[in-house]
Design a protein around this ligand. Structure first.
Ligand SMILES: *Cc1c(COP(=O)(O)O)cnc(C)c1O
Length: 459
């Protein structure tokens, strides 16, 4: 055994290792690798002195350890994951994925200057959202539109601008909480409005609204109960009926439709998802919805409706506070562009493509993935699974899907933990003691990575 001193002398210098190919190609910043390298070498030194090792690893091995450590450190924040949960609009995983075009538009807007508030033709100040508003009017047939940071902000802006100081009538069955603390009663209170709840949890009639109207009523509000469903003995009032009542009293009808499907979802077997354009046609004065749910765009809130109301909202101080940034403008504009042709939308917008994909195609996908995993020595089965919309959209809708599942002899929790610990974590879900990796929300580009990782862990 060599003396500790001789071994210590063999430890390479930081500078030499920094020039190592593995470190150079790691994509890490120099300050990140220097710090990790010092730590790796320090540990080695301590182990030599303690007599725990009798050899100095070669440069490549030390470089690998360094990159692993530095990556583990850099990994703490936001990073990509593979969504194998089968939940398409998973709020914890960032809801909708942008189309390629929208993602490129964001890159373009983010990395340079832009005409965010500049009219290049006239050489003067322009509007941040005029173009998007025109697109929205074309797609939905609305009179006017505006964009805010998210739908919660949109609702806050609508009520603050239209109903502050008065009362707002809403059905008890619609006093919902949407994930992340959006509670309709709290929002109404925050806007300086008094809440008038009418009807019961399962039944509300038009006469309930009519009886509650008084001289201080500023709005009739309808909220889509996005994330739950009451079944059985139920009754609710349609927007059309509410609009008739509101019209008689000169009170605006507001509908928060939640998801904002801009193409007819019936083609995907989804029947009770309100469309913003329909809501307006049925007489709603103002409609709001999210940009990153079924629309498939960036996080934002969209308000459509009558010009007088939208103009009033744009003058409200909250409009400035809730305005969207240039990356959102770029992404939304690019996303809305494809809606002129529903078939292009269905092809290019990931959430719509994920809805449109057929069961045989999903099965073929799962089989392909199983084949690739088997070729690499791993063991998985193809099994039936159910995927869901998520993101508070279309509760109760289960879509038949397929998943790959590590064979039964593997411990589901252990495999799940290992897949979540990967540099790009793979997030599945455990059902009846088996880990299922649903293929519906996976991207084909990730198949190589998924096959490598799953094979390695299920060998
Ligand atoms: C999702 C949802 C919201 C909240 O929208 P964000 O864009 O997340 O702020 C509000 N209302 C309804 C009905 C929803 O479904």
């Amino acid at each position: 055994m060599r003396s500790a001193e001789a071994l210590l002398r063999q430890i390479p210098s930081v500078d030499r290792l920094l020039a190592n190919e593995i470190i150079m190609r790691s994509g890490l910043y120099r300050h990140e690798t220097v710090e990790a390298l010092r730590e790796v070498l320090m540990e080695l030194r301590e182990r030599i002195i303690a007599g725990e090792t009798d050899a100095v690893p070669n440069d490549d091995e030390l470089a690998r350890r360094t990159v692993e450590l530095a990556n583990a450190r850099a990994r703490k924040g936001l990073r990509r994951v593979i969504n194998a949960t089968g939940v398409l609009l998973h709020s914890n995983l960032g809801r909708a994925c942008l189309s390629q075009e929208a993602a490129l538009a964001v890159l373009d807007a983010a990395s340079g200057y832009s005409t965010l508030e500049y009219d290049a033709e006239k050489g003067m100040r322009g509007s941040r959202s005029e173009h998007i508003e025109e697109q929205l009017c074309e797609i939905t047939g609305c009179e006017a539109a505006l964009v805010a940071n998210n739908n919660a902000a949109a609702v806050l802006l609508i009520l603050s601008s239209i109903a502050s100081g008065g009362n707002v009538i809403i059905s008890r069955g619609e006093l919902v909480e949407i994930g992340g603390g959006f509670r309709v009663p709290d929002i109404i209170a925050q806007c300086g409005c008094e809440l008038r709840e009418v009807g019961t949890t399962n039944k509300t009639r038009l006469s309930d609204y009519a009886d509650a109207i008084d001289s201080n009523t500023r709005a009739l509000l309808k909220v889509h109960s996005s994330n739950f469903k009451i079944v059985g003995f139920t009754q609710s009032v349609t927007v059309r009926e509410l609009a008739g009542l509101g019209g008689m009293h000169g009170i605006p009808v507001i509908e928060d439709v939640g998801s904002g499907a801009l193409i007819d979802m019936r083609r995907f077997g989804v029947y009770d998802e309100p469309m913003p354009g329909e809501s307006l046609k049925n007489g709603a004065d103002i409609v709001s919805f999210s940009g990153d749910k079924l629309l498939g765009g960036p996080q934002c809130g969209i308000v459509l409706g009558r010009k007088e109301h939208i103009s009033a909202m744009k003058k409200h101080p909250l409009y400035r506070a809730f305005r969207v940034g240039k990356m959102t403008v770029a992404a939304l504009e690019a996303t809305l562009r494809v809606y002129a042709d529903p078939f292009v939308a269905e092809r290019d917008i990931p959430v719509l493509a994920m809805l449109a994909i057929t069961e045989p195609a999903l099965r073929a996908r799962a089989e392909k993935l199983r084949g690739e995993i088997q070729n690499r020595g791993g063991h998985v089965d193809v099994v039936h699974s159910k995927s869901m919309m998520g993101g508070g959209a279309i509760p109760g809708l289960e879509l038949d899907s397929y998943a790959i599942a590590p064979t039964a002899e593997h411990c589901a929790e252990e495999i799940d933990g290992k897949l979540r610990a990967l540099p790009v974590p793979i997030i599945g879900h455990i059902e009846k003691d088996r880990l299922l990796l649903d293929v519906r929300a996976m991207f084909e580009d990730d198949f190589g990575y998924i096959a490598d990782s799953v094979a390695e862990i299920t060998k």
